[in-house]
Design a protein around this ligand. Structure first.
Ligand code: XMP
Length: 495
């Protein structure tokens, strides 16, 4: 019944995730027996197969911290000065809670007044340090609600601040420890510090909010106890200096960011990195064919990023006439990569949990997501109002807007002077916190694996390659039938 994967993917068609469907197999275990630990690259283990994309509307420090707390990993984008990208790495490495507060700092001699404009909602506490700088000794705080009440009086902060006695914990404290500490001291706020420098200010409401989300599994933590994080770079000479800064800041993996990775530039860069930084895993790509993959494997990559033109904001296939349906690309590349023990990252085109099940079963070890994570609390940028809906910007790194800021290298030949866009600028709806919707998504993925009779990624790959797991191509009508249809209206809410 149905086709084996080999037969299905060797017919000369380029299939997307939506084109194919698995036939259900046999269940002999509960959903919770499905385990999803995996690897991003040869030496980098993860407890969930989720990676946030190096895009400037997706992954900066807050997203990277949260992805690591969930057991996945974030790849910091490189559309910024190398010093700014390295600062993002240090910011991720400096904390142990899935939070990123940006406290307002004052000195005790400053006055509380109305002219001081800062967002009281986003900054519930104003921190008072000896000199007013983040790196000087913490003395206390003024709660924003008190600040608002006192603002007309122009009083000196020193006379109204709450002393910080019993408020400070080391940066390495996790959320459980912070919660315990607040209970012991009877406080609603705590600050984590590294030396004298304040890392985060954590309110009771933050702890309660995060506690209300599904329980976090094992976070991605390196040997030194800091969150694991990756960073993207290009293949120019200047990227060697960028990499040096990133390595000093403590990255766990580097991702060579190119829409067509099978190039002399990338191969030379892989060899250079392997020679200079033998402890650092290098992810190469993007690739979609067997021969592209073989070239990068031969050059020594530790992971392969797969996808060309399948991203939600991509126009590469239209503009350049190259690319591949993502289901075919993942299956083909994974078939060679697995022989060399190189994990595959299925990059782009994920818009629901079913796509993740498909990517992983077809051979990927992780999925890299842009639009799926954009619009979340943790994505960079502020929410805006568009026709009564809360939205956040999401843009392709090959859009003219992003390239104007510097990301042209990924989408241009090295000598090209005229800029041609290979992506668009758009917006996505407010999705809430990734700390909430990623765990629900993983639960849905586990249900998919259970239907396939696979209790791990490895067993799904084995069932597929051995021909036990069968699949078919869906006709257009079958795809319509597989979605919600025939209703006048409906509300989609999955959890
Ligand atoms: P999703 O579907 O998750 O895709 O939003 C994210 C992936 O899309 C790629 N990307 C682009 N591809 N033009 C392209 O052709 C672009 O401007 C662009 N920006 C990002 C990238 O691989 C990302 O991870």
């Amino acid at each position: 019944d149905g086709f084996s994967s080999d037969r299905l993917f060797n017919q000369g068609y380029s299939y997307t995730y939506d084109d194919v469907i698995f036939l259900p197999h046999y269940i002999d275990f509960p959903t919770d027996a499905v385990l999803l630990p995996t690897k991003l690259s040869r030496r980098l283990p993860l407890s969930i197969p989720c990676v946030s994309s190096p895009m400037d509307t997706v992954t900066e420090s807050h997203m990277a911290v949260s992805m690591a707390a969930l057991g996945g990993i974030g790849i910091l984008h490189s559309n910024a000065a190398s010093s700014d990208q390295a600062a993002m790495v240090r910011s991720v490495k400096a904390r142990r809670v899935p939070l990123l507060s940006a406290p307002v700092f004052k000195s005790p001699e400053d006055r509380i007044h109305n002219d001081d404009v800062f967002d009281h909602g986003a900054n519930p506490y104003v921190l008072v340090t000896e000199s007013g700088a983040p790196s000087s000794k913490l003395l206390g705080y003024v709660a924003s609600r008190d600040w608002v009440k006192l603002a007309d009086k122009e009083v000196k902060i020193y006379d109204y601040m709450v002393s910080c006695k019993d408020m400070v914990l080391p940066w390495s404290s996790d959320l459980g420890r912070i919660e315990e500490f607040m209970a012991e001291k009877g406080r609603d706020v705590a600050a984590t510090v590294r030396g004298d420098e304040v890392v985060d200010v954590v309110g009771k409401e933050d702890v309660e909010r995060i506690r209300g989300y599904p329980k976090l599994g094992v976070g991605s933590v390196g040997p030194d106890g800091s969150w694991r994080v990756g960073a993207a770079i290009g293949t120019r000479e200047s990227d060697k200096e960028r990499l040096e800064e990133l390595v000093k800041a403590g990255i766990d993996v580097v991702v060579l960011d190119s829409s067509q990775g099978n190039s002399i530039y990338q191969i030379e860069m892989i060899k250079y990195i392997k020679k200079m930084y033998s402890d650092l895993d290098v992810v190469g790509g993007n690739v979609v064919t067997v021969s592209q993959a073989q070239n990068l494997i031969q050059a020594g990559v530790d992971g392969l990023r797969v996808g060309m033109g399948s991203g939600s904001i991509c126009t590469t296939q239209e503009v350049c006439a190259v690319g591949r349906g993502q289901a075919t690309a993942v299956y083909k590349v994974a078939s060679v990569a697995s022989q060399s023990g190189v994990p595959v990252i299925a990059d782009g085109g994920i818009s629901n949990s079913g796509h993740i099940v498909k990517a992983l079963t077809l051979g990927a070890s992780t999925v890299m997501m842009g639009s799926f994570l954009a619009g979340s609390t943790e994505a960079p940028g502020a929410y805006e109002n568009q026709n009564g809906r809360r939205i956040k910007k999401y843009r392709g790194m090959g859009s003219l807007e992003a390239m104007a800021k510097g990301s042209d290298q990924r989408y241009l030949g090295d000598t090209a002077k005229l800029k041609i866009a290979q992506g668009v600028v758009g917006a996505v709806a407010d999705k809430g916190s990734v700390l909430k919707f990623v765990p629900y998504t993983m639960q849905a993925v586990k249900q998919g694996f259970q239907d396939l009779g696979a209790s791990s990624l490895q067993s799904a790959h084995d069932l597929l390659r051995s021909g036990v797991l069968r699949l078919e191509v869906r006709t257009g009508a079958a795809q319509v039938e597989g979605g919600v249809h025939g209703l006048v209206s409906y509300k989609k809410k999955s959890f």
